[in-house]
Design a protein around this ligand. Structure first.
Ligand code: SF4
Length: 62
């Protein structure tokens, strides 16, 4: 499973980082970036939770 954040849509709520800081990291303005695009199996549930909690629907899974 791969995860990506659309920087044009992300508004910096940081919910993804709060849920799964091993995958999502924040830049200086609080916007999210993906530290590990290839999601480790043990973190898949947390990443799905982050997707479901992003108010902007900025996170996509493939
Ligand atoms: S929860 Fe969504 S909008 Fe907020 S920082 Fe994460 S990706 Fe961006």
């Amino acid at each position: 499973m791969k995860v990506a954040v659309d920087a044009e849509i992300c508004q910096g709520h940081a919910r993804c980082w709060q849920i799964c800081p091993d995958v999502f990291v924040l830049d200086d303005e609080g916007h999210s970036n993906v530290a590990t695009p290839e999601v480790p199996v043990k973190l898949e549930a947390k990443v799905r939770e982050a997707v479901n909690n992003c108010p902007e629907r900025a996170i996509t899974l493939t």
